[in-house]
Design a protein around this ligand. Structure first.
Ligand code: 5GP
Ligand code: ZN
Length: 114
C-alpha cells in the first residue's frame, strides 16, 4: 500500500467524494471545505509539489490546470469566479506532499488571503 494519502485516494484505498476524472488527473472534494465549492485536483502520478511537476511533466501540469477550470464549470462557479491555489512548502501550509490544486468558490473569497 503506498504511503502517500493522495496516491491512496487515486488507487481507491482511501475513499473520496470524486467530482471529475481525466486520463491523468482526479478531482475530489476537500474533506474540510473552506468555501461552498472546495475541490482538490491532483495528478494520478505522484509529484511532490508544483515546481517538481512543472520540471518533470509540463503537459501533465497543463492537464491539471485545464481540469481545475473544468471543475469550476461543473460546479457552476465559472461565471461568479473562483480561486486556484497551489500551496507549496511549510510557510504555505502544504500538508500533503502530492501536488494538488485547490479550486475554491461559491462565495466572495476576499484578497489578500489571511
Ligand atoms: P494543503 O494544506 O496540503 O495545501 O491541502 C491539503 C488538503 O487536503 C487540505 O485542505 C485538507 O483538508 C485536505 N485533506 C486532508 N486529508 C484529506 C482526505 O483524507 N480526504 C480529502 N478529500 N481531503 C483531505
Ligand atoms: Zn502521492
Amino acid at each position: 500500500m503506498p504511503e502517500c494519502l493522495f496516491c491512496r485516494i487515486v488507487s481507491g484505498g482511501v475513499p473520496a467524494s470524486r467530482v471529475l476524472e481525466s486520463p491523468r488527473t482526479l478531482s475530489f472534494r476537500d474533506i474540510s471545505p473552506q468555501a461552498p465549492t472546495h475541490v482538490l485536483v491532483i495528478p494520478k502520478d505522484h509529484h511532490p509539489d508544483l515546481a517538481a511537476l512543472a520540471a518533470a511533466d509540463g503537459s501533465l501540469l497543463t492537464e491539471l490546470v485545464s481540469q481545475a477550470a473544468e471543475v469550476a464549470r461543473a460546479e457552476g462557479i465559472s461565471g461568479t469566479g473562483y480561486r486556484v491555489v497551489f500551496n507549496t512548502g511549510a510557510d504555505a501550509g502544504q500538508a500533503v506532499p502530492h501536488v494538488h490544486a485547490h479550486v475554491l468558490g461559491g462565495r466572495g473569497l476576499g484578497w489578500p488571503p489571511g
